[in-house]
Design a binder for this molecule. Structure first.
Ligand code: GLN
Length: 307
């Protein structure tokens, strides 16, 4: 099948499901997004991109940003990162607080909220809250060739206002000595990176380095070491979708990361990166229709890492 045919099969597979799932409403600014939206983009190592639907519409990347902050932290902090955050699947909701008490304030992995807050805290420590976001945006802008990629301040403010649970986790970790900066400084940076708005086309393009050993195949720039790249993918495949991670890997067989904005980013090592967006979520917070589209893609392409 050529790419036009593959895209047509995916379009047909998702058509009867459009609008399924529940749009996240615990962040009020996200509740207003049209549940019928659907975007899909595949970026390949040769620079080609194949898109479908609302692939050029920006959406809130939310937890997908955690993949980019993890990449940045491994670059800046290296293995010392793992002193303060684990790399085991949590089997719990993305915003669960229960494990933190038993595990002395060390979150299970960097892709659940508590773990991502620790990663952000490391970066705030290294570069400061504002400069960290500036650096993250600069990289995303360069990788996806769009200087206007930015934080959606309305979403960031909305999440901050509704952020009692993330604040509770941050204070709790602080009580175990696992937060170095004032809670509000770290959370301001965390809410900002979650509120970055990007399109599927941009997101797939920006993540391409994760499919090519840490080296962006278009610019040739080594974004992370090849070892760090393998490790990021390993954490994604085991922890990228919270208490839905096992099922996602069973169905799709690729490293991925979902966000409550309805986006899912997937890495197909040696082939490319894929971003899909459909706001309706399943119970664990992964896009329903996004999962169906990705299942259809891997069935046709055989891109599962277990092939
Ligand atoms: N910003 C969201 C939160 O902290 C991210 C959660 C998600 O996308 N799973 O609740």
């Amino acid at each position: 099948m050529n790419w036009d045919e593959i895209i047509a099969v995916i379009e047909a597979a998702v058509a009867p499901h459009r609008g399924e799932g529940h749009v996240a409403d615990y962040i009020p600014a996200l509740a207003a997004v049209d549940p019928m939206k659907f975007g899909f983009a595949v970026a390949l190592g040769n620079g080609d991109t194949h898109c479908l639907g609302d692939a050029d519409e920006r959406f809130s990347i939310q937890s997908i940003s955690k993949v980019f902050t993890l990449s940045m932290a491994l670059r800046k902090v290296g293995d010392a990162l793992w002193d303060r955050v684990g790399r085991e699947p949590s089997g719990s909701a993305f915003n669960s607080i229960v494990q933190l008490e038993h595990e002395h304030g060390i979150p299970r992995n960097p892709l659940i909220n508590a773990g991502a807050i620790v990663v952000t805290d490391h970066l705030v420590d290294q570069v400061g809250s504002g400069p960290m976001i500036t650096e993250l945006l600069r990289r995303l802008r360069v990788l996806s060739g769009d200087d206007t990629i930015d934080v959606d301040q309305v979403v960031a403010a909305s999440e901050s206002r509704a952020g009692a649970r993330n604040r509770a986790m941050a204070h709790f970790m602080q009580s175990f000595g696992n937060l170095r900066n004032p809670v509000e400084d770290t959370l301001a940076a965390y809410f900002s990176h979650c509120a970055i708005a990007m399109t599927c086309r941009q997101l797939a393009r920006a993540a391409l380095f994760l499919a090519f050993d840490g080296r962006d195949p278009i610019s040739g720039e080594q974004m992370v070491t090849s070892q760090a790249c393998r490790r990021i993918n390993a954490v994604m495949i085991s922890c990228g979708h919270y208490d839905n991670s096992g099922d996602f890997t069973y169905r799709i067989g690729l490293p991925g990361k979902s966000g409550v904005g309805g986006g899912v980013l997937v890495v197909a090592p040696r082939y490319g990166a894929v971003a899909v967006w459909s706001p309706g979520l399943n119970k664990a917070g992964t896009s329903m229709v996004g999962g169906i589209a990705l299942e259809s893609l891997v069935k046709i392409t055989g891109w599962s890492v277990f092939v």
